[in-house]
Design a protein around this ligand. Structure first.
Ligand code: SF4
Length: 284
């Protein structure tokens, strides 16, 4: 299946988001999905453009609102594979409350965040995941705030699938995204995706030196919540791989009482024009 389209991304050469786009396309192909079975819903930011670069249904939502839009899409058509995507500013700044509630709600959606620890589209301001001391034009004396750690927050919010990837490791990223899509519930794949234009600290080299992988921990068990939380805290969130998975928790959709067997999007709408006219008269 070809999830590529004719649109040429206008990301800067070397941007980590190219790898994420390729990994999503390859994961969907690997899972034998068809483009009409997939919807990609994105927020605002450089990474938010991704919904236009994948041959599937796409919607570029407003800032921070990829997740509520994606949840609406999923409820209207449960047969779709729904992927939400965006950046660290979009998802962990303005959209943070949606992330917490989506994680605890556990709807069957895969959320892919391209985390570059900076606002790239608006030309290089510090973001919620920027490190303490990080120096850019908005923090000329170094960032006085401490960073939000998406992995730690996700675990605290009750997420049922947590993985982190790195743009330089596309093969592993494909597997993580495919596993997230196959997981029945809310899956976060937080990707360390360097902004080569504005973030001169968290470069590909920096991540290579600082990331550790659960794949290198022989006794690691992704079902162990306490171990996952400790690992993430000990390594300041700089951990890749499948960090946590609870396969026993039911998805939100599976708990809705009397959830219609036919998705709303495929139902015959019984519209009564007179009701509409009456409502218009009432508010005229
Ligand atoms: Fe990527 Fe940064 Fe360029 Fe945006 S500004 S496209 S995040 S490299």
């Amino acid at each position: 299946k070809d999830f590529r389209n004719e649109v040429r991304p206008n990301w800067c050469p070397g941007c980590g988001d190219f790898s994420v786009q390729a990994a999503i396309q390859r994961a969907l192909g690997q899972l034998d999905k068809e483009p009409h079975e997939v919807a990609v819903i994105s927020g605002i930011g450089c990474s938010g453009r991704i919904s236009g670069y994948i041959n599937a249904y796409g919607f570029h939502a407003v800032h921070g609102r990829a997740l509520p839009t994606a949840q609406g899409v999923k409820l209207a058509n449960r047969n779709l594979t729904v992927i939400a995507a965006g950046g660290d500013g979009d998802g962990f700044g303005i959209g943070l409350n949606h992330f917490i509630h989506a994680a605890r709600r556990n709807m069957d959606i895969t959320y892919i965040v391209m985390d570059n620890q900076i606002y790239g589209l608006t030309k290089g301001q510090h973001s919620p995941t920027s490190a303490h001391g990080f120096q850019v034009k908005t923090t000329p004396h170094g960032n006085i705030e401490y960073p939000l750690m998406p992995a730690q927050l996700a675990l605290a919010a009750g997420i049922s699938f947590l993985a982190q990837g790195f743009s330089s490791e596309v093969g592993k990223l494909v597997d993580l995204i495919a596993a997230g899509i196959q997981h029945r519930g809310f899956a976060l794949i937080n990707v360390f995706s360097p902004c080569v234009t504005y973030n001169k600290v968290n470069t590909y080299e920096w991540y290579k030196e600082n990331l550790i992988s659960v794949d290198d921990l022989p006794d690691y068990d992704a079902a162990d919540y306490g171990r996952a939380m400790n690992l993430v805290r000990e390594h300041h969130g700089l951990v890749t791989g499948l960090i946590y998975r609870d396969a026993t928790r039911p998805a939100y959709e599976d708990m809705i009482h009397n959830y219609a067997t036919t998705p709303l999007a495929a139902s015959e709408l019984q519209l009564d024009a007179s009701l509409f006219e009456e409502a218009v008269k009432e508010f005229a």
